[in-house]
Design a protein around this ligand. Sequence first.
Ligand code: PA5
Length: 464
Amino acid sequence: MKISLDYNNMTNDFIKNGISNNDINNLNEKIKNAVNAISEKRKNGKLDFMELPYNQENVVSEIEKYAKEKINEIEAFVLLGIGGSSLGPMALQQAINSPYYNELSKEQRKTPKFYVVDNVDPEKLVYLFEIIDISKCLFNVISKSGSTSETMSQFMIIVDMLNKKLGKEKAKENIVCTTDKENGNLIKIAKQDGYKTFIIPSGVGGRFSQLTPVGLLPAAFCGIDIRKLLQGAAKMDEICKNEDVYKNPALMYATLHYIGLNRGQNISVLMPYAESLKYISDWYAQLWAESIGKKYNNKGEIVNVGQTPVKALGATDQHSQVQLYMEGPFDKIIVFIEVDKYKKTIEIPKIFEDIPSLGFLGGHTHNKLIQFEKIATEYALQKENRPNMTISIPEVNEFTMGQLFYFFEMATSYMGELLEINAFDQPGVEEGKNSTYALFDRPGYEEKKKEIKESKEKDTNRII
Ligand code: PA5
């Protein structure tokens, strides 16, 4: 299962002002430092996400066993989590299963329905309660920190409802926690109240946690082969260790984005030509934004660096965003993902043959149409000298998804090193979490509350 990165249209062989081999070679020292930094961090146990393809045999067996026991008992698997604790599971489920998964009959599905509640808009939960029977659901509460207000408040609502409906003892069967082994409230509650728990390794950050039980447990409940997923990641690890930028796609991806960013290409568009990959763009957007968008560099200097990720979908967004990509400012790098073989095929019938402007479609498949549309868009962008590249995958399956997740995680890590920033923290996100705690008068956040109150009092620019 080979994945390839075609970066022709990033280069000056194909577009005006494109990147030359010289531009890349001039960064040799920097690239070498980035590779060394990643491999040093790995050796020193600071990049635990890189070990996940290899060190989870026991975890995988336990997940499989648990899923096997539970799968026939429940009607729906409901994930409570946000950010790194929900985007990966959503992307994987969408990639592997039918887009109409929940609408399939139980016989067709063979696995429970799958819902993700990743927001605290009250409508999201209340409408869900209108269609599920909570006593027939397994609620997987996922929080690395065990303290995120969105997730923990959902957890509190569910625990209370289940306790009231089923009694505390029985309710335990409907909850499974995924969290850190010691930090935060969730692990404490889980231990105290006896909830089944899976552990997120301490050294793996939220957005790098898709290959931990965060992603593996929901996947197993959706009938997804998690062993193949990890095998795909291991395969990509082999490739992405290569020190030669011309042989390492993640390193090349990062290097091209780094050069592009220095040339004012502040936007990174991910545009898969596959409905099944729609949500990998959401996952990527979080990974790229939260890892790369930083105020300080490693020396503590203010750099305010970052590249805004944009989610797009082929062919849908050809009728929306592509006009901007084609003719708007030269501030984007567009990354396509193309798929050789789709899971289904549908042929366009040979009707309306007397209307040449329609008849030409007859006899072809939608598979070919979407692939040609990608080629056409790519070509049109190239003609307009718009930097773009293509990740090609043979088909969307567990193995290639493992490869893709790992590829983007490595590209992000290398990009962080090239920019000399810490790609693995998220002080901006923490600040938002802390301000929420303060607004709710959480003890210890009094100063923050005062700060927010003072700033809200200055309400001088408002209409009506
Ligand atoms: O990548 C991150 O660290 C964040 O986006 C987290 O995933 C997100 O804030 C949710 O955090 P937690 O899993 O601690 O509830």
